[in-house]
Design a protein around this ligand. Sequence first.
Ligand SMILES: NC(=O)C1=CN([C@@H]2O[C@H](COP(=O)(O)OP(=O)(O)OC[C@H]3O[C@@H](n4cnc5c(N)ncnc54)[C@H](OP(=O)(O)O)[C@@H]3O)[C@@H](O)[C@H]2O)C=CC1
Ligand SMILES: CC(=O)N[C@@H](CCC(=O)OP(=O)(O)O)C(=O)O
Length: 345
Amino acid sequence: MKAGIVGANGYGGAELIRFLNQHPYADIELLISHSTSGKKISEQYPHLRGLAEWDIEDLHQEGITDRVEVLFFATPAGVTKEVLPSFLEKGIKCIDLSGDFRLKDSESYRKWYGKTPAKEEHLKSAVYGLPELNRDSIKTAELIANPGCYPTAAILGMKPAIQASIVEAKTIIIDAKSGISGAGRSPSMGNLFSEVNENIQAYKLCRHQHIPEIEQAFHELSGKDVAIMFTPHLIPMTRGIMCTMYADLTREMTAAEIHELYKETYKDELFIRVRPLGEIPATKEVYGSNYCDIGLSVDQRTNKLIIISVIDNLVKGAAGQAIQNMNLLGGWNEQTGIHHTPVYP
Ligand SMILES: NC(=O)C1=CN([C@@H]2O[C@H](COP(=O)(O)OP(=O)(O)OC[C@H]3O[C@@H](n4cnc5c(N)ncnc54)[C@H](OP(=O)(O)O)[C@@H]3O)[C@@H](O)[C@H]2O)C=CC1
Ligand SMILES: CC(=O)N[C@@H](CCC(=O)OP(=O)(O)O)C(=O)O
């Protein structure tokens, strides 16, 4: 499959290059960037020297659409919805890493992103690209809205419990932490080493753009309108997301019973590792891989379920998941090109 990346010089783009470059059924045909066209990708990312020597090209040129079958958009929300439709209309499969096509309700997008939403027809046809939720629809999608990094960890962590109605969905609290690469490569004061190092900072309290995305998925899983509490924190590491989630149990259950439910729900999922009872997953244990690792416990005193869900934000939270979606489009094994052992230590 001939593949291209718009926004190739960002972190999401670089991670897509890492996976596409070693994918047996996909070839990189086109790398596009806004500010670095005319340069080589290896100038932007010297770790790619000798491995990826493609020139970065400009979006606005003749004949682009004839060169690719699938196009990844690793561009910011608000930008993708402007540039993607012309490719979609030419029959190119589009996989968007931004939040532009994830929310079905355009007013919700307007409220949480503070931007004009994409066209209704595109919001309607877009398939939310979380394979563990929507595998069959992804296989035939024209436009895939790759999930956000926090929602990936949160939804995968809570899915078995919500689906089986063992928790009161409205009591779910998500305490989330992310490494700084989640903010992308564009420099800003908040990303400076001196601001991030030896520091933990909560941000976007009650107004993070991933709140409606998580609620949308929880609604699909439970059939109920769900309002969640979600608080993200920036922590001094490069990659990784941990969601620590709490919810009231609807009845008394042991951790062993819930663990069985989780194992059963995910028994055929290649990228979900439900850890043995008593083992608590850490971000380093999924670093550089497409795994989502889940651990759980029950606090008998408060009758609450505690779930710990970890991913690498750039892999299962972005580029790895996008490749998993491309594999579904291609009818290939989902692990193709992304079956890596986590980098440890
Ligand atoms: N980082 C992460 O962990 C995750 C990121 N995402 C999403 O993936 C997308 C890419 O993120 P990430 O790679 O981290 O971000 P970066 O900031 O690292 O890269 C953004 C890319 O978008 C391009 N871009 C920015 N503004 C414009 C514009 N006005 N027109 C055209 N291109 C533009 C940039 O190109 P140039 O420099 O040439 O302007 C750059 O290539 C975003 O939507 C992000 O929200 C989703 C999940 C996780
Ligand atoms: C650490 C950090 O800043 N993370 C980003 C999440 C990045 C992401 O998933 O992006 P989407 O906007 O495409 O969903 C944030 O909190 O906004």
